[in-house]
Design a protein around this ligand. Structure first.
Ligand code: TRP
Length: 462
């Protein structure tokens, strides 16, 4: 290692950066619509159980592996677990590259909607402007899609170039409070709408009769994605954690923040949807478009103060996505720095350029180029972007997570993990033996069952 390793300036700095990684499109875009598709209440409860029983233990596991090794994802596995395990870490780096490639395309949409909403707020909105047709025309405009994703990638590269303290931490410290402020402002307005009561009941009162087996797997898969687990992001962020900061406390704070924001976003969205007559029924199958097709119109026709909130909201989506994309690029960059001896500058450029090559194909796969948009490897997932998303969230993240539970649970000695987790900073409610049991038994069985289910039932639970 020829360069000094970066470090978070404080525990709060780490928590904000890691929460920034976790809170992203997964919370604002994906969680609300899968909650809708899975009939609310019972699904939300199952999701919370997955987060607590699988997500939290694995979060602790990734952070401890990172901090103990003080290395990137591949180095952490190789040096702490065993040389052959380097492949587990490399798989994470590859997964990060793939997710970064397509995530920037969707993140780019937020830029476009900020611009759109600013126009609508000032020049007036005519109902119908955010129709499915308009959306279809937008996503199939290849050059525009590519430009937007490049802008987003450029911003990601600029932050990572500056490093851990000056880049990642500084940016997330600025953006996260703004993000939470905008969300609370929206919540305040949404709760005053007529459908608020029904929305809260839908989200928080479980009806187990409506729970399907596939919902359980979907909840578990989403817990990985939303917490940024299974590809070494938290190993990498953990490697910058100072010795005097408690891994357990940090992990809990990140998991709690991520969960609260996902629930807030869902409450806001459902208050709007349940307040507009007929909207709930008409969303039907196009739930995926909730954030970009259904919501824009409601800002201008239903939500109190919507004209002000609409541009702010899409800025928020962009911020949330940016603090996530930087964590993906950092996994790649820290690997190039540690293992390939590159400078941060070159590593960032190399990582960014590799991801852009994937983005090009993704940007052209939403209708712009026929061949890229229509081919199917996984049934029902047409085109490069959907295929890569399916591959990453249904295969690569669960596999990465499974390997991590085995590595930390079974290949690290009790002394090693105990030493990392238990010190004078550890909160006293933490029960080491229970964590170890969840890491060794509960989490691998749960994650193994997702993988098994995908193989044998072929069910999509992304
Ligand atoms: N957690 C982020 C979200 O919810 C996405 C993300 C960032 C991610 N880094 C990751 C997902 C690493 C998996 C792995 O949008």
């Amino acid at each position: 290692m020829n360069q000094p390793r970066g470090q978070w300036s404080s525990r709060l700095g780490f928590i904000i950066a890691a929460a920034g990684s976790a809170i992203g499109l997964g919370n604002l875009w994906k969680f609300p619509y899968i909650t809708f598709e899975n009939h609310g209440g019972a699904f939300v409860l199952v999701y919370l159980v997955c987060v607590l029983m699988v997500g939290l233990p694995i979060m602790i596991g990734e952070l401890l592996l990172g901090r103990k090794s003080q290395l990137n994802a591949a180095g952490a596995f190789a040096h702490t677990i065993g040389p052959k395990w380097v492949h587990a870490g490399r798989l994470g780096v590859l997964t990060g590259l793939i997710i970064l490639g397509y995530y920037t395309v969707i993140a780019g949409w937020s830029l476009y909607y900020v611009a759109k909403c600013l126009t609508w707020s000032f020049a007036g909105y005519t109902p119908g402007l955010s129709s499915p047709e308009a959306f279809g025309a937008f996503v199939s405009n290849g050059p525009l899609q590519f430009t937007l994703s490049m802008l987003f990638m450029g911003a990601t590269v600029a932050v990572i170039m500056k490093g851990v303290g000056h880049g990642i931490e500084k940016l997330t410290r600025t953006l996260m409070p703004i993000l939470i402020g905008i969300l609370l402002l929206m919540l305040f307005n949404a709760l005053r709408m007529t459908g608020a009561g029904e929305a809260l009941r839908f989200i928080f009162i479980p009806n187990f009769a409506e729970l399907e087996a596939s919902s359980i797997l979907e909840a578990l898969g989403h817990a990985f994605f939303t917490l940024s687990l299974g590809m070494g992001a938290m190993i990498t962020y953990g490697s910058y954690l100072r010795r005097e900061d408690s891994v357990v406390y940090s992990a809990l704070a990140v998991v709690a923040l991520d969960t609260i924001i996902a629930l807030l976003a869902t409450v806001i969205m459902f208050c709007v949807i349940f307040s507009v007559p007929g909207l709930k029924e008409s969303i039907g199958k196009s739930t995926v478009g909730m954030l970009f097709i259904t919501l824009p119109e409601q800002f201008y026709t239903a939500l109190p103060m919507g004209r002000v909130l609409a541009p702010l909201f899409y800025i928020l989506v962009g911020f949330a996505a940016l603090t996530s994309t930087i964590s993906m690029l950092e996994v790649i960059v820290s690997w190039l720095i540690d293992e390939r001896g590159m400078t941060r500058r070159n590593a960032t450029l190399a990582g960014g350029a590799s991801a852009v090559t994937i983005s090009i194909f993704c940007a052209m796969s939403l209708g712009a180029v026929g061949g890229l948009s229509s081919f199917e490897i996984f049934p029902g997932k047409a085109g490069v972007l959907d295929t890569l998303d399916h591959l990453a969230s249904n295969w690569l993240l669960p596999i990465g997570g499974f390997l991590l539970t085995i590595a930390v649970g079974w290949f690290m000695s009790r002394e090693d993990t105990y030493g990392e987790l238990i010190d004078q900073y550890t909160p006293n409610w933490f029960h080491y033996g229970m964590w170890r049991f969840f890491m060794r038994v509960v989490a691998p069985i749960a994650v193994g069952s997702i993988i098994g289910f995908v193989i044998f039932a072929g069910t999509d639970f992304s």
